[in-house]
Design a protein around this ligand. Structure first.
Ligand code: FDA
Length: 319
């Protein structure tokens, strides 16, 4: 109920205008967001790198409505890749296709994504295409697969365990050697497309995690480079300790070396767990969002955890 409300709010333009202007909202949101500029985000990444954590940077933005905004977003990401290189940090980049123009014109988004992935390849970097709501799943998977088929192997995507279709999609991605970040899924989906119950989403997550780990053994995988930018085939992205433990046990039982199983978490969430996994030798990558378009991202983080809402509300009363 609370989850549906906050996901609906994340898409409501009136709420975005109202809440984004509110200094208090930014104060609470900044727990999850590394700043509004590239410089601030890179400083956050430097701190993470010093702690042994890798990063994926996300220049916030989604559902871009004009060609000009999509162009600007693409230019921003190209600039970000250069800045990562200049700063020499261990970070790759995550992008959303709706930010690059998917809802305006599919040709436009293909052009932008190709430009970004090619630039990343020149700079020896990797692009992860985030997965958005189910209206965009087919298009996202097709665009990523086409890029991979055209010879670009520095692009990967995301699978959401709440969707019934995900086992089949994962198998198709694996056949092409496309690297996968496994998540539970952050959007509101109808029951004919996604498991409504958390326990089913969790069980599906474990099944997909098993498939990724078992497959990783068959992959000719180069060990992680010092750049820390290329993830292995399997990236398990969750803060759920039971899911993490399940993946660790599976990897141990089939003899997968620790460097071939990456864990990923969101900036500002479960720092204790992030560092505990680093201590065990696993690559741990933190999703570091930054920029001025933080509103929908922040609303989805509130939707995930009622405690965040109470934190937000209690801050209201402390003013
Ligand atoms: P779950 O929701 O069961 O939470 C487990 C525990 O984690 C909670 O008990 C709490 O301790 C902690 N936790 C979880 N969310 C929290 C929050 N917001 N604030 C504080 N604590 C929290 N989704 C998507 O649809 N497309 C995508 O591309 C991505 N990309 C992505 C990248 C990375 C690196 C991560 C970690 C996640 C995503 N997601 C995503 C989001 C994902 O789908 C999911 O919504 C969140 O990770 C929350 O689910 P958990 O797996 O953490 O489990």
């Amino acid at each position: 109920m609370l989850r549906s409300l906050f996901i609906a709010l994340s898409k409501a333009y009136w709420a975005q205008r109202w809440i984004s202007r509110w200094g208090l909202a930014w104060r609470v949101a900044s727990r999850f967001i590394a700043g509004e500029t590239v410089e601030q985000a890179l400083r956050a990444v430097q701190v993470l790198n010093q702690q042994g954590l890798l990063a994926t940077l996300d220049q916030l933005g989604e559902n871009t409505q004009t060609v000009q905004d999509a162009e600007q977003a693409a230019q921003g990401i190209l600039h970000l890749l250069e800045e990562i290189e200049r700063a020499g940090v261990q970070a790759n980049v995550s992008v959303k296709l709706s930010q690059l123009g998917l809802v305006i014109d599919p040709q436009l988004v293909v052009r932008h994504l190709r430009q970004i992935v090619e630039k990343a390849r020149q700079l020896n970097n990797f692009i992860r295409v985030d997965m958005e709501d189910s209206t965009l799943t087919d298009a996202t998977l097709k665009i990523v697969a086409d890029l991979r088929d055209s010879g670009l192997d520095n692009v990967g995507t995301v699978i959401q365990s709440y969707l019934y279709r995900s086992m089949e999609d994962t198998q198709k991605l694996i056949e092409r050697g496309i690297k996968i970040r496994l998540v539970k899924g952050a959007y509101q989906e109808p029951p004919h497309l996604a498991y409504p119950k958390k326990r089913d989403v969790d069980a599906a997550f474990d099944r997909l995690s098993d498939l990724l780990i078992d497959t990783s053994l068959r992959f000719d995988y180069l060990p992680a480079t010092a750049s820390g930018r290329f993830p292995p085939l399997a990236a398990i992205a969750t803060h759920d300790e039971k899911r993490i433990e399940h993946a660790i046990q599976r990897a141990k039982s089939c003899g997968l070396p620790v460097v071939r199983l990456e864990f990923q978490m969101l900036y500002g969430i479960r720092r204790d767990l992030q560092l505990a996994l680093v201590k065990q030798g696993y690559p741990v990558r933190i999703y570091v969002p930054f920029g001025t378009h933080w509103y929908p991202y922040f609303m989805r983080r509130l939707a995930e955890r009622p405690a965040n809402v109470w934190f937000f509300v209690s801050n209201l009363f402390q003013r």
